[in-house]
Design a protein around this ligand. Structure first.
Ligand SMILES: Cc1cc2nc3c(=O)[nH]c(=O)nc-3n(C[C@H](O)[C@H](O)[C@H](O)COP(=O)(O)O)c2cc1C
Length: 472
């Protein structure tokens, strides 16, 4: 199913809501997305955005709830967080090569050269502080490695400069940034395509931590057990899903930079200011009739849950492969993607340190400066329990371990501006050990006074069976 197939199903199920009234691209569309994301409302699909071409629409915050992610994975709506992480672990290692098809519905309409005008699409100004209208939020950027067959997909923000160009931020530590740096060294221009829509799984895979050298399109095919159908772009030697909504084609000359930003980002602040970043110059734009532009209005809490789920899956696999006795793991969006919470049975000393260093070894996990380790009677996805554990079990002297010198995300709000901020320099990492000391004997360990772990099963069962009768 393509994006439209999922949307039809989700509208039917009340997970997406169509807004037919006219909505302004100037802040109003962003405010609607933020309102919906903060309240976990249905995803707002804005059918009539001012100044955009007739029939086009703007889809907000599709990935803001785990319920919608479950539906895209083909799982029941009420699949719990830990089962989503397990799905990630079990499926994101699958691969199936794409199939090239001669034509695609994504090329129903074509704008070439001077005809190009990306502002015909419903491109929003999302936050009042943003440096411009961002067409590139839930986009998928396609680039090919300079000296291998590896084709990389990734999600990189893109601010409209004018009708035919956008800024682009291919982060230096991401594969897209790595590939661009090769072109930079060779003083060559890189062909680039950016598509929107298609199977919504494409967005999830593109924003996930897929291993070096693996083409994300094969991961999507592997998970679906069906090859993604790709069509050749009109003006560059790159391929995009035939059922995409909108495709921007062009080039990035690494030597050409322009002011980009600021932009409201996932930690929930506008952090990086105006920075010189590469420019994506467009040679063609193709789109389906009535094109849909997916978008996300980042903030607190974030309205895209993709990235955290991907790190949770990868880190959990790394921890269990290393034989570290962990139980459950959560990357909560409420921490602005800055914390990993892991529960363990702690049978021997040093487990919290092993967990923390394994999180920080992961290529995305290194962006999570806070690692919180709890005993396995705590559910890491239950932030009330976790907060209680931090305040009651983490010894303020012996349980807090500070590791200066690690890099953090360049978007970490507490980093000072400076020469190396773009590389995440200037912070460090911290481990909050909320486990009981291994030296304590069993009878020294205080028992948490909670219904679930305190009472004999028959008593609990009788109470649960009578809650309605007793008005509990
Ligand atoms: C909505 C959204 C926006 C993102 N923006 C950027 C960005 O501007 N630059 C960047 O380097 N990564 C960005 N990311 C994160 C990358 O997409 C993610 O790290 C991905 O794994 C990178 O893929 P790659 O390593 O194959 O390049 C964004 C992710 C999402 C979900």
């Amino acid at each position: 199913m393509d994006l439209r197939g999922y949307l039809a199903m989700m509208v039917e199920e009340g997970l997406v809501t169509k807004i037919e009234d006219s909505v302004d691209w100037y802040l109003e569309a962003g405010a609607i997305m933020r309102y919906a994301a903060e309240r976990k409302s249905p995803a707002p699909w804005m059918m009539n955005v001012k100044d955009s071409m007739k029939g086009s629409s703007l889809l907000g915050s599709l990935y803001a709830t785990y319920e919608r992610l479950a539906v895209i994975f083909g799982l029941p709506r009420d699949t719990g967080y830990h089962d989503l992480v397990t799905f990630y672990q079990q499926n994101f290692g699958k691969r199936l090569k794409p199939e090239i098809v001669p034509s695609g519905i994504c090329q129903q309409n074509v704008m070439i050269g001077d005809e190009i005008d990306i502002l015909k699409f419903p491109v929003p100004l999302l936050h009042p502080q943003d440096g411009g209208r961002y067409i590139g939020t839930l986009n998928i950027g396609v680039c090919k490695d300079l000296d291998s067959e590896w084709v990389n997909w990734g999600t990189y923000r893109g601010m409209v400069h004018d009708r035919r160009s956008t800024g682009i931020w291919l982060g230096a530590l991401n594969h897209g940034g790595y590939i661009l740096s090769k072109y930079q060294r060779e003083k060559r221009v890189m062909e680039y395509a950016q598509f929107y829509g298609g199977d919504p799984l494409c967005n999830i895979v593109a924003a996930s931590g897929i291993p070096f050298g693996v083409s994300e399109v094969e991961v999507v095919g592997g998970i679906r057990n069906r090859p993604v159908e790709l069509v050749k772009c009109k003006t560059v030697d790159l391929y995009v899903p035939a059922d995409a909504e909108i495709v921007l084609e062009g080039t990035i000359d690494p030597a050409e930079v322009e002011d980009e930003g600021p932009f409201g980002e996932y930690p929930g602040y506008v952090v990086a200011g105006v920075i010189k970043r590469p420019v994506f110059r467009l040679s063609a734009v193709t789109y389906r009739d009535n094109p849909i532009l997916p978008s996300t209005c980042l903030g607190f809490p974030t309205d895209e849950l993709i990235w955290g789920l991907s790190v949770a899956g990868n880190v959990k696999t790394a921890l269990t492969t290393a034989g570290i006795p962990i139980s459950r793991l959560c990357i909560p969006e409420q921490a602005g993607w800055h914390a990993a919470i892991v529960s363990t049975r702690t049978p021997f000393a040093g487990i919290p340190q092993l967990i923390a260093s394994t999180v920080w070894m992961d290529r995305n996990g290194r962006y999570f400066p806070y690692v919180i380790v709890v005993n396995d009677d705590i559910d890491p996805a239950n932030l009330e329990e976790v907060f209680h554990a931090i305040c009651t079990k983490c010894n303020p002297v012996k349980g807090v371990h500070v590791y200066p010198g690690h890099i953090n995300s360049p978007l970490s709000p507490y980093l000072s501006r400076g020469e190396f901020k773009e590389l995440g320099h200037g912070g460090g990492n911290i481990l909050l050990d909320c486990t009981w000391p291994v030296t304590w004997k069993r009878d020294e360990i205080p028992e948490r006074l909670a219904f679930d772990n305190l009472y004999p099963e028959p008593i609990k069962e009788r109470i649960i069976a009578n809650t309605a009768r007793w008005g509990l």
